[in-house]
Design a protein around this ligand. Structure first.
Ligand SMILES: [Ca+2]
Length: 188
């Protein structure tokens, strides 16, 4: 017996390769990134030359907790309210393992977010008050901090000279996507 081989097909078109994805741009819940490609021979390029996709969220499960990273900018209070509206809280990385996982999540998608920092569940009322997690428990501060209350036996991951209160009203915690280090930053 003999039968014909099956065909092998190649799709002919004249598209160049896709560009890399752009930076995330947009407002509120419509932040998008895009990529594009060019057609070498007009009329021989089926499909679209621009693709867009949402930048909105990245999700991860770790030790029974679901962490979601939102890439749409919000001030601290609105970020906190948003987490509460989906029956959660701002993330509280109370040990190195969680900090590491959250940092991985921040890096998987991009380093494209505004100033490459994410709010998480750490804040203080004013200069003299201690750093608190959003569940009301205390977080650590380094020995070198001026003012405030020192809690050196508690875990912290402040980066370098942080918390430095550089702007005078840096009472909310943010995480550098690049390193996982913490920074004190303004809340609005
Ligand atoms: Ca700072």
């Amino acid at each position: 017996m003999w039968s014909h081989p099956k065909p092998t097909c190649v799709e002919h078109n004249e598209w160049d390769e896709w560009s890399t994805w752009s930076k995330c741009k947009g407002r509120c819940n419509s932040v998008q990134e895009r990529r594009q490609r060019t057609c070498r021979v007009p009329g021989r390029c089926p499909g679209t030359n621009i693709q867009r996709r949402s930048c909105s969220t990245t999700t991860m499960n770790f030790r029974g907790i679901t962490y979601t990273m939102f890439e749409n900018r919000k001030n601290f209070n609105n970020a906190k309210l948003h987490c509460e509206s989906i029956n959660g809280t701002l993330a509280m990385p109370k040990n190195a393992d969680i900090t590491e996982k959250i940092t991985e999540m921040a890096q998987t998608k991009n380093n494209k977010v505004y100033r490459n920092q994410f709010y998480f569940g750490l804040h203080k009322q004013n200069l003299r008050e201690p750093w608190l997690w959003v569940d009301g428990t205390r977080a650590g501060t380094p020995l070198s901090i001026r003012g405030g209350t020192r809690n050196n036996d508690l875990y912290h991951n402040w980066k370098g000279v942080e918390p430095n209160n550089a702007r005078g009203d840096e009472f909310c915690g943010s995480l550098f996507a690049s390193s996982g280090g913490w920074n004190d930053i303004y809340c609005d």
